[in-house]
Design a protein around this ligand. Structure first.
Ligand code: OAD
Length: 381
């Protein structure tokens, strides 16, 4: 299992093996499990590999006590993970749960919009693969607030690619709308800034846009808030949108200020982002709206199913949602790639999310209603 890239299926198999081992660890206890591991010093390597822990070469030569203590520390982490719920083996089991659910939380990422032609971030053809020309040390810097303040032109050079266009909505958006129509959607927590949820008719009180959206924009200097679409013309041209209030003030000031002073001001760091408008999407280095935490803490108390769709779960705090759900709430993950090993979903289905949710709607006996919503979301070219 070392030395080469594992396929998604192999990772999934390893995770299932890890779940069984974790169960054994919980059942027989730490001491007995360590005895089992150390019966033959070569055994811990594959066991630890299943947990995603790589033991150093030659560890067998270390004193037994040292190995035991090290293994114990690693296994305590495993023991703390949530336990897989029994009887959730396939989509039909999830469909049975859906039939009795009242409060489904859906967490979504860029993967639910890719079938509409909107790229995700971290796939090989995603947004982060197309930023070479900006020489960023990390592609996530495109959304770094410190860099934006230093040089907003980088973001605005690329931002036209991010603008929400009316493309209808995907079958996955339709599935979430179906949950809403059936009265069982507690809330959708979306990381997406494309606002397609609104086109799909997800009600405002059922939707939390965790990373904000292009719906509004604010001035970095005076905080003036404007409708997001008022920036779209500048964004399409690749120019930096400016705040009308600050621009007016600046003109008045400039008329009063000497040339020399103006030169000094323009070299000032603050001057670079003076009056620059920024869409109200959450950049790295900016806090999420306080509403996120408050709402999440309330919702987890009443949730009876968590479905994560089309996200790599790489960005906190949304990535932490599966960890803070009560352990008895079933968790389903649907995406093209496995979730990280730190996650214990009851079911991980790898594939195109539009196909998977259609199967799920079918299993639940809701196919006709689902297709009806899908139909309405198709944009005629
Ligand atoms: P990512 O690009 O990190 O992950 C999207 C995941 O969806 C990937 O694992 C894909 O394999 C998967 N995927 C793509 N298309 C799919 C499809 N049709 N069916 C199923 N799965 C599919 O995007 P996010 O997890 O949303 O932040 O990224 C989280 C945040 O990182 C974003 O909100 C963004 C970014 O930095 C901001 O914009 C501030």
């Amino acid at each position: 299992m070392e030395g080469r890239q594992l396929s998604e299926q192999e990772i999934l198999d390893a995770k299932n093996a890890a779940a069984k081992l974790r169960k054994k660890l919980r059942t027989i206890g730490m001491d007995a499990f360590l005895d089992y591991c150390m019966k033959d010093p070569s055994i811990p390597r594959p066991i630890m590999n299943y947990f995603g822990i790589i033991l150093p070469v030659g560890y067998e030569r270390l004193p037994r006590d040292t190995i035991l203590r090290a293994l114990e520390i690693m296994l305590i982490k495993e023991m703390k993970k949530r336990e897989n719920l029994p009887d959730i083996k396939n989509l039909s089991d999830i469909a049975k749960i859906l039939a009795n659910c009242q409060n489904v939380i859906v967490v979504t990422g860029a993967g639910i919009s890719t079938s509409l032609g909107i790229p995700d971030f971290r796939s090989s053809d995603g947004i982060y693969s197309r930023l070479e020309k900006y020489n960023l040390s990390d592609p996530q810097e495109l959304f770094d607030i410190a860099l934006f303040r230093q040089d907003p032109s980088i973001f605005y050079d690329f931002a036209k690619e991010l603008l929400p266009e009316d493309r209808g909505y995907s079958p996955t958006h339709a599935f979430i709308r179906l949950l809403q129509d059936r009265g069982i959607l507690l809330r959708q927590y979306t990381q997406n800034i494309d606002d397609i949820e609104s086109s799909a008719g997800i009600k405002e009180d059922k939707l939390l846009q965790c990373h904000g959206s292009f719906k509004t924009a604010s001035c970095l200097t005076c905080g003036n808030k404007v409708p997001g679409h008022s920036l779209f013309h500048d964004i399409r041209l690749g120019t930096i949108p400016k705040c009308s209030i600050c621009s007016e003030l600046q003109t008045k000031l400039q008329q009063k200020t000497s040339r020399a002073k103006r030169k000094a001001d323009s070299e000032d760091d603050e001057a670079v982002c003076y009056g620059v408008m920024k869409p109200d999407i959450t950049f790295f280095g900016e806090p999420l709206a306080s509403e996120f935490r408050t709402q999440m803490l309330q919702d987890r108390e009443v949730a009876d199913l968590l479905i994560c769709i089309g996200t790599s779960l790489q960005v906190a705090p949304v990535a932490g949602i599966p960890h803070i759900m009560p352990a008895n709430v079933p968790q389903l993950f649907i995406s093209r790639e496995c979730a990280g090993r730190e996650y214990v979903f009851d079911l991980e289905i790898l594939g195109q999310c539009d196909t998977v949710v259609r199967q799920l709607a079918d299993e639940a006996g809701w196919l006709a209603q689902f297709e009806d919503i899908v139909q309405r979301g198709q944009k005629t070219p």
